[in-house]
Each structure stands twice: as structure tokens, then as C-alpha cells.
Design a protein around this ligand. Structure first.
Ligand code: XIL
Length: 374
């Protein structure tokens, strides 16, 4: 056993050296967090391999380049609160410890979301939908237990995720069906009571769509009128080669800022592959899935130069907006560290080879980023 430990330590050392060599900025290069220091926090969504320390190379890169983290999955209801009165804390605890060990701004994702929500949440003992009163009690228990556990340690929470449809109507979730619009201020109140110092956010995708923009501006106004704490709007920023329209995105940023609320890109990734949604819509609805089709997976051996150029320009476009409005941008957070770890290899179509993130499959920072870190 001792021998095994010895070899294991040697292996860790070797991996550490490898990580240091591929992650270490070239001479005079800055890290990402240094490159954007004074502008906005640089965040990364991390998976359980990373928060548990199993992705040694990834961990050293994350520690080096990022000053904020968010949990990709382990704090979602189905993971952290799979049954009524049953909480699974191990992964979330490790995630928070990882952030603290590296002095990071830790973000909790997410408290109230229709997706990846444990099924028990909406159902009574007879199998019917719960009453408004019961749902409120469950929401309160869920939010106050989780936010309370990490009080003072998790600095900001995605309180409500994806509540609005692209046309601006409320998404027809159980939260909405049972409680109506009230579920949103109620969730914020519960979170604020559980940790009055925590920042609280609304978070959603396709924020460049005019209908969604208007609906969020209205919602922000309603929350403000009620005196509800809302610190920033999370623009997920799941982008692609031809979406979002950057001018529309800029209009949304301006509209949110005009309400007096800050903004953030919370889940930035840029899908390099053909859009499988027929209407080309800027979707990130995790419940929508398609069967594998080879023609939708064109870059198995690598992107073409032309595609790479377009992808690079999309990165510059999105970062350009964050830099332009940096006084109101709290954070730019990428949805994963390197390409092979991205959810976009398997969503909305499984088994594709995608290139959506800032680090490639060899843990190297992509060339497009060099000008920012030089
Ligand atoms: C994704 C994760 O990355 C995947 O691993 C998981 O299978 C599905 O959810 N919007 C969100 C994120 O707010 O929580 C989603 O994350 C991506 C879309």
C-alpha cells in the first residue's frame, strides 16, 4: 500500500509538472484572471472531477486562470436534494472547499429551476400536484437549507433559472402553474433571509431576443418595486457561430443596465457545430434532444481554418461586449474548462466533437486568447 502511495505521489507530481508546463503562461503572458483584472471576475463552471481533485491538470489550470467558480451540476435540486428531507452534500461541500482553497468568488447554481429538479418536489403522497402552500414550504426548506449551509461562503446565487420564454411569456413550469408569477419574488425572499449578504441573480439563455429582454426588464422593475434584492442579471451566453446577434445582445445589456442592475455572462460557450434546431433558435433548453447524425458532426478531426476564424471572431465579439460594458459586468464565466469536458459534445445531440471553450483538448489556452493575455 505504501508502495502504491509512493507511485501515486510520483504520478501526481508528474501530472503536476505537466499541468504547470501546459498551463503556465508563456513568458510575460498573463493569466486570464490577470488579463481581465479590474474589469470583471473570470469564472469557470467546474465538474465533480474537478471539485473532488481527480482532474489534477484541470484543477491547476482553474486555480491559475480563474478567480470565480460555479458548480456545473452538483448543486442542482436532483443532485443535492434528491428526496424530500434527503440532502447529498459531499460534492457541493468539496466544490465550496475548492473555491475557498483558491480564494475564489464562489457562485451557487441554481436554487429554483424547472430542469434537473427532483420529481418529488411537485408531487403529493397521492401522486397529484402539491398545493401552493406545500410548494412554498418545500421551496423555503430547499432554499434556506442550501443557502444556509453555505452562508457567508457562497457569495452569489442563481436564485431562479430560465423562468421566461423567448417570446417573453412565463415558462409553463410546475412552479409557475402552482404559484403563478409569485414564485420568483418568493424564491428571492427565501434566499435573502437565509443569507442577507449573498448576491442574488436571475439567470437565463437567449437573452438577446427582444421578447425575453422586455420581459426581464419588466420583471426587474417588479422585483425592485417590491424591494427585493437583485444584484445582477445572468446572461447565460450559450452562443454559436451565428447567434446571438451581437447588436441585439448589446441592446439587452444596455436595457438591463438601464434598470440599474448589473449584468454577467454566466455560462459562456460558443458552439462550433451546426445548429440542430430547425429554426436555428438560440436554445439551451437541456430537455430538448436529438438523435446523432454524422452530418451534424463535421469537425471530428479538427476545425477548418475558416470555421476557426469565425469561432475566434465570436469569442472576440462576446468578450468585446463584456469589456465595453465592464463597469456593469460583474463576471464572465465559461461553462467548462476545456473542449472535451463541455456539455456541448453531448447536447443537444450525443457523441459530437465540439470546440466551445477557451482551452483545447490538450489543456492549452486557444490562440484567440493570446492577445488578451499578452
Ligand atoms: C448543463 C450541464 O452542463 C450538463 O452537464 C447537464 O447534463 C445539463 O445541464 N443552462 C444551465 C446549466 O443553466 O445548468 C446547464 O448545464 C446548461 C444550460
Amino acid at each position: 500500500m505504501r508502495k502504491l502511495n509512493f507511485y501515486y505521489s510520483l504520478m501526481l507530481l508528474a501530472v503536476g509538472v505537466m499541468a504547470a508546463s501546459c498551463s503556465a503562461p508563456q513568458e510575460k503572458e498573463k493569466t486570464l484572471k490577470e488579463a481581465f483584472d479590474g474589469k470583471f471576475l473570470m469564472g469557470c463552471a467546474i465538474n465533480v472531477e474537478q471539485s473532488s481533485g481527480r482532474d489534477v491538470v484541470g484543477d491547476s489550470l482553474i486555480a491559475l486562470h480563474f478567480n470565480s467558480i460555479v458548480a456545473e451540476n452538483c448543486m442542482k435540486c436532483e443532485k443535492i436534494h434528491p428526496e424530500e428531507n434527503v440532502y447529498f452534500w459531499d460534492d457541493a461541500d468539496r466544490f465550496v472547499q475548492f473555491g475557498e482553497a483558491h480564494n475564489m468568488f464562489i457562485v451557487g447554481h441554481c436554487l429554483i429551476w424547472h430542469s434537473q429538479c427532483a420529481p418529488w418536489f411537485f408531487v403529493d403522497e397521492k401522486g397529484g400536484l402539491v398545493s401552493a402552500e406545500v410548494l412554498k414550504q418545500r421551496m423555503k426548506d430547499h432554499i434556506s437549507t442550501i443557502v444556509g449551509r453555505y452562508k457567508g461562503r457562497i457569495k452569489g446565487w442563481d436564485v431562479v433559472n430560465e423562468a421566461i420564454m423567448d417570446d417573453g411569456s412565463y415558462r409553463d413550469t410546475y412552479f409557475y402553474q402552482i404559484l403563478g408569477e409569485e414564485f420568483i419574488p418568493f424564491a428571492f425572499q427565501c434566499a435573502h433571509e437565509a443569507d442577507p449578504d449573498a448576491e442574488l441573480y436571475l439567470n437565463d439563455y437567449s437573452m438577446a431576443k427582444p421578447g425575453k429582454r422586455e420581459a426581464y426588464v419588466k420583471l426587474i422593475g417588479q422585483l425592485k418595486e417590491k424591494g427585493i434584492r437583485l444584484d445582477a442579471i445572468g446572461i447565460q451566453a450559450h452562443a454559436g457561430m451565428d447567434y446571438p446577434d451581437l447588436q441585439e445582445m448589446e441592446q439587452s445589456i444596455q436595457a438591463f443596465i438601464a434598470t440599474g442592475t448589473d449584468v454577467m455572462f454566466t455560462e459562456l460557450d460558443i458552439n462550433a457545430l451546426p445548429n440542430v434546431f430547425e429554426d436555428g433558435h438560440e436554445n439551451a433548453a437541456v430537455e430538448e434532444r436529438f438523435e446523432y447524425e454524422q452530418r451534424m458532426n463535421p469537425y471530428v478531426e479538427g476545425m477548418t481554418e475558416e470555421a476557426q476564424r469565425l469561432w475566434d471572431s465570436r469569442v472576440d465579439g462576446m468578450l468585446g461586449l463584456a469589456l465595453k460594458y465592464h463597469e456593469h459586468f460583474r463576471r464572465v464565466c465559461v461553462w467548462g474548462l476545456c473542449d472535451q469536458q463541455s456539455w456541448l459534445n453531448d447536447w443537444p445531440m450525443p457523441g459530437r466533437t465540439n470546440y466551445p471553450l477557451l482551452f483545447d483538448r490538450n489543456y492549452q489556452l486557444k490562440p484567440v486568447m493570446k492577445k488578451y493575455v499578452k
